[in-house]
Design a protein. Structure first.
Lengths: 254, 318
């Protein structure tokens, strides 16, 4: 079987620092893949390079057999690779409901000519999207907050909103950057439950996370990154048992 | 007195057109444009130069298209730069336009300007009705621009522009072509500014470079801030009240004897400034909050609907 998302020899330098240094990982279809590692290992840079926010200096990214290296952010989203942000970046002046309505791709009313000339068409889309948005708001428990500005939600609620928004983008692969960071424990359980449910529905995930409890709970496989490279790959138990991983996190005793 | 009132209404109409344009560019899409006066001047000169040869309608279309094209190029030039650089580039653009108009005398008449600009429907207007015709023309133009802007603001296009304004990176990650959206918003705004310049030229029938000072830009920003970013209704109210304050305070010198004309004109601008500052402190969302798509529009009878939070949702936007 061809790999779902395959990263080969990816390198990205910032000045003299190689945030990603010949990094090779792969994400499997229908699985939850964890990307863990100490601070500065290149996890977020890897996510940025996979979603068009950082152009790789070398290496290739293949998604569903197609070379997507260095594709612009909106093109990657169109391919079905959707992400969340480590520090939630909400669209502050949009309401929770609008944040979801904006997510679906191919909206006729989002072009200049379409907005003016294709009103019946985009209204029909808008109604369909609204029904979908409502279903998702109910699912993540934010329905009561639909007309609130999204900037007024709590950290955990914003993460849930981000996941709901990602789901409306017709994704194939969702990349979550620290979904558990800054989230209250009950909402973290909510996120774990949601990821598991969605996986059962056939979605694939890549998750960057420091919370090992969350990683253990949801990830089928993990890649441990250190200094811009993939160090160890395997199940969570295998990875954490590897002495190199302990060294990477704690430093090698001199 | 009647002709004075007509003049005030036309000036409000021009300010409203410029404001609607800036509200699209800056209010909605977050693109700062400090070269507003340059685009208005270009629109006015385009009409003044071409209208005697091709008629008013074609001249206006030409003015709008030229300003749209230049806006497009300008926004493309600055696209690799940080947002603030667009402000600097547009200031430069405004200055370039002013200096070109002043020095390319073979085309623009230099400091003497261009006179005898033919008004729309001039041939069919009975004597003495000139003011009435241009008044109706101005009102129709503003109404059309308002309806056009309102259709954009309330469409998914307007919503995605607000998202670009809030955070372009996130909007790109949502699969939206941020660059194309910005260029379009800037071009449409430029076209409306060109039309405002055309109205200016038609009304005065005489233009020179001194009529297009950066104060036009300042008034446009004041109108957008006072009215509320992203709200066209607020913009009309904002532009209207600023022009009203400016004009009404002309008569202060009849009431307060110890004030002279120079002091008064300085004081009037000062008053607007204080007004804007108070506005930003007391009502930062402006006179009218920008329109948002409500849950209730789709599910009016939904018990789970968030109707009780409405006041909070509207008051909370800073």
């Amino acid at each position: 079987m061809e790999p779902f998302l395959d990263v080969r020899g990816l390198t990205r330098r910032y000045g003299g620092v190689a945030a990603l240094d010949d990094c090779s990982v792969d994400l499997a279809r229908g699985q939850v893949t964890g990307l863990i590692g100490p601070n500065g290992a290149g996890k977020t840079t890897l996510l940025n390079a996979l979603t068009g926010l950082a152009k790789p200096d070398a290496g290739t990214v293949t998604f569903e057999g197609e070379d997507v290296t260095g594709l612009a952010a909106h093109r990657m989203a169109a391919k079905g690779v959707v992400r969340s942000f480590q520090i939630v970046r909400e669209l502050g002046s949009l309401t929770v409901f609008e944040t979801l309505l904006i997510a679906p791709p191919h909206q006729a009313g989002e072009t200049l000519a379409g907005a003016l000339l294709a009103r019946p068409k985009w209204w029909a889309q808008e109604r369909a999207n609204a029904a979908e948005a409502r279903r998702l708001l109910e699912r993540v428990g934010l329905i009561k907050l639909a007309d609130q500005p999204s900037g007024m939600l709590s950290g955990g609620q914003k993460k849930l909103l981000e996941v709901a928004r990602a789901l409306l983008m017709q994704p194939k692969l969702i990349l979550l950057d620290e979904p558990g960071a800054g989230v209250s424990p009950p909402l973290r359980e909510e996120i774990i439950r949601l990821v598991r449910e969605l996986k059962a529905e056939g979605l694939s995930f890549g998750i960057v996370e420091h919370d090992m409890h969350l990683v253990e709970e949801v990830c089928d496989r993990v890649h441990v990154l250190a200094q811009g490279r993939a160090l160890v790959s395997g199940t969570f138990a295998e990875a954490t048992a590897d002495p190199r991983v302990v060294d990477a996190y704690l430093g090698v005793a001199a | 007195m009647i002709s004075y009132l007509v003049t005030v209404v036309i000036f409000v109409a021009i300010a409203a057109l410029v404001g609607l344009a800036l509200n699209l560019q800056w209010g909605l899409a977050g693109l700062v444009n400090f070269g507003v006066s340059g685009f208005v001047a270009l629109g006015a000169y385009a009409v003044a130069i071409t209208a005697p040869h091709v008629g008013w309608l074609a001249a206006m279309a030409f003015a709008a298209l030229m300003c749209a094209g230049l806006s497009m190029l300008l926004s493309l030039l600055t696209i690799r730069l940080e947002e603030n650089y667009l402000a600097i580039v547009t200031i430069g653009f405004g200055e370039i336009v002013r200096i070109l108009l002043l020095n390319e005398g073979w085309l623009t008449g230099g400091a003497l300007g261009i006179s005898g600009i033919p008004r729309p429907f001039a041939g069919m207007t009975p004597a003495g009705w000139g003011d009435g015709v241009i008044l109706v023309f101005a009102v129709v133009l503003v109404t059309a621009a308002f309806a056009f802007s309102e259709a954009l603001v309330r469409s998914p296009f307007g919503r995605v522009l607000r998202a670009v304004r809030d955070d372009p990176t996130v909007t790109a990650a949502l699969g939206k072509p941020v660059l194309a959206l910005r260029v379009r918003a800037f071009a449409v705004g430029g076209a409306i500014m060109g039309l405002a310049g055309a109205l200016h030229a038609f009304f005065l029938t005489y233009i020179d470079p001194s009529q297009f000072t950066p104060i036009i830009t300042a008034y446009a920003f004041m109108a957008v801030i006072a009215g509320g970013r992203g709200s066209n209704l607020g913009l009309i109210l904002g532009a209207g009240s600023i022009m009203l304050i400016l004009e009404a305070t002309r008569f202060l010198k009849d009431i307060i004897p110890w004030i002279d004309g120079v002091q008064l004109s300085a004081l009037r601008l000062g008053m607007i400034g204080v007004g804007i500052v108070l506005m930003l402190i007391l009502r930062p969302q402006g006179l009218v909050a920008e329109p948002k798509r409500r849950y209730g529009e789709f599910f009016p009878k939904d018990a789970a609907g968030p109707a009780p939070n409405r006041a909070l949702a509207e008051g909370g936007k800073a």
